[in-house]
Structures are given as structure tokens and as C-alpha cells.
Design a protein around this ligand. Structure first.
Ligand SMILES: Nc1ncnc2c1ncn2[C@@H]1O[C@H](COP(=O)(O)OP(=O)(O)OP(=O)(O)O)[C@@H](O)[C@H]1O
Ligand SMILES: [Mg+2]
Length: 286
């Protein structure tokens, strides 16, 4: 195995000049992150800390103001089928069926190049099955629940065969129960029960600390104004992750530690009183 990280961000900064503003906002500053092939890395941090900005730059949808982003040692210069992006709001095409949505990239983009119609259809069937939507192929997005729509979005992403999954709060719009179910599903689909080299590389943004601990091999905690890496915590809970782990002491230790890292900024972000928060929280000092 090569030592080159699958993804490497070095000294990445991003400035925005908002409309009518005279001075630019430094959204992300000197951001560094290495992700190995097959790793599942979660990014958490207070609202507005620059998580989506980092993700958009990795996706090639936006360019850094400074620094470098490399995939397999080569600079990322724009969007590519090697990176699949998924957002909170499904982004399905309402006039297309489930099967058409899943097959969209295959029919219209580079992922389908060189495939016959039959091969494309087989690929669509494979991923519809993987996400548990057999029987719903001919339905339209408005006929589906939020959870089903996110399954369609996930199937579409995977059908395009990306090497890196870029997931920006993909479960954020779902109700709590559906969300817990899809977390387990996502790990299965990502390849939790397979060997490391057969897993996709995944970067997953979430506001939900428990979700980050449940899913991730690592949780990267960001601080804001400007967005930087505040902590990078290895989550060495065994895989496959089980529902019952959420109640275990080690799980709670991880969530406590991460919350203690972002609590003050999170309260400030909503104009709250951090002092009051601390009085109600048991502080564990290392
Ligand atoms: N296109 C843009 N133009 C100007 N400012 C922007 C732009 N995109 C993001 N920003 C600013 O950059 C900062 C980081 O935004 P970003 O969306 O990356 O945060 P986030 O961590 O994803 O937040 P959330 O958790 O709410 O999704 C914010 O201050 C935001 O206002
Ligand atoms: Mg965001």
C-alpha cells in the first residue's frame, strides 16, 4: 500500500468577499487534513465554522484562496466523477423516477462512458437493491418519504462509482428514528464489514456529535472565525458498530469530549451563555 494519503489538504484558506462588503471574510484558515483510503472521517463544528466551504473545495466546486488540496498526490482542479457529493436537500430531479435519478450520471455523465444500455440498467438495479428500494423504481420523488429520497440520492452517488464520498449533512433533514436507521445503513453500504481496502473513503459533515462518533474512524472538530482544525480524535470503537454501543461508557466519553471542545463556540454562535452551560455539565479533565 502506498503512503500517499487518498486526500490531503495543506494550509488551505478561503476568503469570501460578500456583496457590498469592503473587507473579505476569512472563512477557512490554514486548514490541514490527511485522509487515508478507506477511512470514514467525520467533521463537526459550530454553525458557520466553514465545514461546507472545506467540502466544496474538496469537491472542486470552489477553489482555495491559498494552500493545496490533493487526491492521490495530484492537485484537485475542479469537480470530477472520482468524488461524489451528497447534500442535505436530496437534490433529486422531481420529474424523473427513482431509476432515472439513480441512472442520471450514467446516462449523462462520464461515469456511464463505455457502458452499454444494458450495463447501465444493471448498474442501476444493483444500487437500487443495495439501498433497499426494490419495488420503488418507477416512483417519483414526491411519492417517497424523506428517508427513501436520501436512499435514492445515495444510490445515485454510488452508481457513479466515486472513490471518495463527500457527504454534507446528508441525514440532517430526516426525523430522528429514520436518521438512526440510515446511519447503520450507510455504514453497511460504505463497506463496514469489508476489508479496509474495499471500503470507500468518506468525509461526512454533521452537527450531530453522536452521529459523528457512531459513524467515524476519526472525528475532526473545527473551530470558527476562521475555520481551523481544533482537534482530530480517533474513534477506536470496534466495527461493525452496533446500536447498543450508543449506551456504552466509551461512546459517552467520546461525545462528552467532543461537546466540551465545541460547547463554548456553539453557545456563542446562538448568543447563549456558556457559563450556565458549564454548570450543568460534568467536566472530565484528562
Ligand atoms: N459564497 C459565499 N460568500 C460569502 N461568504 C460565504 C460564502 N459561503 C460561505 N460563506 C461564509 O463562510 C463561513 C463558513 O460557511 P460554511 O457554509 O462553510 O459553514 P458551515 O460550517 O458549513 O455552517 P453550517 O453548519 O451552518 O452548515 C460563514 O461565515 C459563511 O457566511
Ligand atoms: Mg454547512
Amino acid at each position: 500500500m502506498s503512503n500517499t494519503p487518498k486526500l490531503s489538504l495543506r494550509g488551505v484558506s478561503k476568503q469570501f468577499l460578500a456583496a457590498r462588503a469592503t473587507t473579505p471574510t476569512l472563512a477557512v484558515a490554514d486548514f490541514a487534513l490527511d485522509v487515508s483510503a478507506g477511512e470514514f472521517v467525520c467533521i463537526v463544528g459550530p454553525s458557520g465554522c466553514g465545514k461546507s466551504t472545506v467540502m466544496n473545495m474538496i469537491a472542486g466546486l470552489d477553489t482555495p484562496s491559498a494552500g493545496t488540496i490533493q487526491m492521490d498526490g495530484r492537485a484537485i482542479t475542479g469537480p470530477g466523477a472520482d468524488r461524489g457529493v451528497m447534500f442535505q436537500d436530496y437534490a433529486l430531479m422531481p420529474w424523473q423516477t427513482v431509476a432515472e435519478n439513480v441512472g442520471f450520471g450514467l446516462a449523462h455523465g462520464t461515469p456511464g462512458e463505455g457502458l452499454t444500455k444494458a450495463q447501465r440498467e444493471a448498474r442501476v438495479r444493483e444500487y437500487v437493491e443495495l439501498v433497499g428500494l426494490v419495488g420503488a423504481e418507477k416512483k417519483y420523488p414526491h411519492q417517497l418519504s424523506g428517508g427513501m429520497r436520501q436512499r435514492v440520492a445515495l444510490a445515485r452517488l454510488l452508481a457513479n462509482g466515486p472513490e471518495i464520498l463527500l457527504l454534507d449533512e446528508p441525514l440532517g433533514a430526516l426525523d430522528a428514528q429514520t436518521r438512526l436507521i440510515l446511519q447503520v445503513e450507510l455504514l453497511r453500504i460504505w463497506g463496514e464489514t469489508r476489508a479496509r481496502e474495499q471500503r470507500k473513503t468518506a468525509i461526512f459533515i454533521t452537527h450531530d456529535i453522536e452521529e459523528a462518533v457512531f459513524l467515524g474512524d476519526r472525528v475532526v472538530v473545527m473551530s470558527s472565525h476562521p475555520g481551523r482544525v481544533k482537534a482530530d480524535i480517533a474513534i477506536d470503537l470496534p466495527r461493525p458498530r452496533r446500536e447498543s454501543m450508543r449506551g456504552e461508557a466509551r461512546f459517552g466519553e467520546f461525545t462528552e469530549r467532543i461537546w466540551s471542545l465545541i460547547r463554548d463556540e456553539a453557545y456563542r454562535a446562538i448568543g447563549g451563555d456558556t457559563g450556565a452551560a458549564q454548570n450543568h455539565t460534568t467536566e472530565t479533565t484528562a
